[in-house]
Design a protein. Sequence first.
Length: 275
Amino acid sequence: MPSCSVGIGLRSPHVSEIAATRPELGFLEVHAENYMAETPALDRLLELRRDYPVSLHGVALSLGSAEELDRGHLVRFRALIERVEPMLVSEHLAWSAIGGVYLNDLLPLPYTEASLDLFCRHVEEAQEALDRRLLIENPASYLRYRDSLIPEAEFITEIARRTGCGILCDVNNIYVSAFNFGFEPIAYLQALPKEAIGEIHLAGHHVAEDVDILIDDHGSRVAKPVWELYAAALRRFGPVPTLVEWDANLPALEVLLDEARHAEELDVQRYVDAL
């Protein structure tokens, strides 16, 4: 039976319990920048790597910056890749640095031909420096630039076509952006190339109190409509490694494992429905 591999994000409050109990998981995913120095955290990750595949999720390459990529950061990232030997390496369709200053956010870029050329150049440079194929994650959106003339799904599809990178399809981000800007999330899924999808992310979101928007905060269980969109993604893309993200208001490990089990059940149901 085809089955996707479902993992969870490894966060420090859960490390000891995972190490002691070794729960059944498809993989663990970590933010790469947290492991680029020789620390006890890296030692624990390498210990867990003996039993679990690991995915490295970068948050600071700033591939969308107008300036050059940070070569020192690329060197550190490659060294980590060589130590961990990850199953997947990913980054974001965003920028986060300017003038040597790193901002604590993933900021949007305009979807224009100029920014497309620049982003593709940076992806090619990063893939060469890291000696790995990158997956690029679609963002959650809260604003749009007036000059953005290329639809986001078309923009990220063209990046994959030009550079050979893959796409990390964040289903929650699609749902959040679709709600905030009033487009159809299924149409976004249909616009993505099946052969480029290398991973799916799932997460919870927050309903803002004073304004009618959703916030991708990774602080709760996956919402029902996001599960429904995930089921549609499985029908379109087939079995794809899937991550349950939870970064704020961290729950007990068992809650994360329960979310992962639900993702696995949806994949099995997809297979049964196809018979």
